[in-house]
Design a protein around this ligand. Structure first.
Ligand code: GLV
Ligand code: MG
Length: 350
């Protein structure tokens, strides 16, 4: 077993003067993490409206930002963080990875200039708990130096074979952990998968129905390439009280496939996904807000079993303590969504 701190030390600040780590994550609705290139003036000009439309705005400093634009992106992020009031919308940044020439300046500049505005730092290419420990300690030192009042959380991208292998230790590494996103593009490369896509399925990954005696064509059922990793990530996250997310879907022209991929992740336990294009904001909102029909049914279960025990029949379906708990997951999420979305609040009957 790897050495771990005592429970008391686990929750002690890692630097004198740094804020106390959270014992429970702040409760926030995070259906879509909306990526913006922070140095792009046109996108920054629309940010006031974007903040109202999304649950999280993320200033991206890593992949998709060209080498020559890394510093402009970092500066752009600092100025957008200072300029706008984000209200209940989260403000995140995806910094460059630990072995890059930019990561140290990303963290030091951002905490110095905007440490009290940033909710979460997304750390790419996390391979093991050592990566989290390093950023955890560095953040504590910088928070102390710059009088940051609440801990900046860490969100890991699960996008290397080694990261997937170590996913439980990554989840357990620090009380600063917010959650994880699947990074299917880097993960595909790291694993040696034979694809050229950013998330989603592949037409050749599937099962072939048995041959029939009459020789008629055999059906081929496409399968979800990401099922295994999402399942592994969800178990690691939920067992440590963290939040799991599906990551990017790169084919902006195929909104149906994007919706299907997001929905698989939602049904498996994920709480949101990345929106890389404005069209994906609505898809994520639709998918990661529970279906009103499901919410109304879940409310009937809770009402039929006020103390959550026993067994009742509703519409011919057996309900017991375990379905009561499933219903509570859906109703709790619906309440959170309703607090931000009056239209859905009415559809849910709150
Ligand atoms: C995201 O960063 C990915 O690699 O899919
Ligand atoms: Mg990546």
């Amino acid at each position: 077993m790897t050495a771990v701190r005592t429970p008391a030390k686990h929750f002690a600040p890692l630097a004198i003067g740094a804020p106390q780590p959270y014992r429970e994550l702040p409760v926030r609705i995070e259906r879509m993490i909306h990526f913006v290139p922070p140095h792009n003036e046109k996108i920054r000009a629309k940010l006031k409206d974007t903040i109202k439309q999304v649950d999280v705005v993320l200033g991206n400093l890593e992949d998709a930002i060209a080498v020559g634009e890394k510093e402009a992106a970092r500066k752009g992020f600092v100025s957008m963080a200072r300029e706008f009031d984000f209200g209940s919308t989260g403000l995140w940044t995806r910094i460059n990875c630990l072995n890059s020439p930019w990561m140290l300046d990303d963290v030091t500049e951002i905490v110095k200039e905007a440490g009290n505005k940033v909710d979460v730092i997304m750390l790419p290419k996390v391979e093991g708990p050592w990566d989290i420990h390093y950023l955890d300690q560095l953040l504590a030192q910088l928070e102390a130096r710059h009088n940051v009042e609440r801990p900046i959380l860490i969100h890991a991208i699960l996008e290397t074979a080694e990261g997937v292998k170590n996913v439980e230790d990554i989840a357990a590494a620090s009380p600063r952990m917010h959650g994880m996103s699947l990074g299917p593009a880097d993960l595909a490369a790291s694993r040696g998968m034979k694809t050229t896509r950013v998330g989603g399925g592949h037409p050749d990954y599937g099962v072939l129905a048995d041959a029939k005696a009459d020789g008629s064509p055999r059906a081929h059922y496409q399968q979800d390439l990401w099922h295994y990793t999402v399942g592994k990530m969800v178990d690691a996250c939920l067992s440590y009280g963290l939040k799991p997310f599906y990551g990017p879907f790169g084919d902006f022209s195929d909104s149906a496939a994007c919706e299907a991929q997001f929905r698989n992740a939602f049904l498996q336990g994920c709480l949101g996904a990345w929106s890389l294009h404005p069209s994906q904001i609505e898809i994520a909102k639709r998918v990661f807000s529970p279906d009103p029909k499901e919410v109304l049914f879940a409310k009937r279960i809770l009402e039929a079993m006020p103390d959550g025990t026993g067994a009742v029949m509703i519409d011919g379906k057996m309900q017991d303590d375990a379905t009561w708990k499933q219903a509570k997951v859906i109703v709790d999420l619906a309440k959170l969504v309703a607090s931000k979305d009056p239209g859905l609040a009415a559809a849910y009957g709150f």
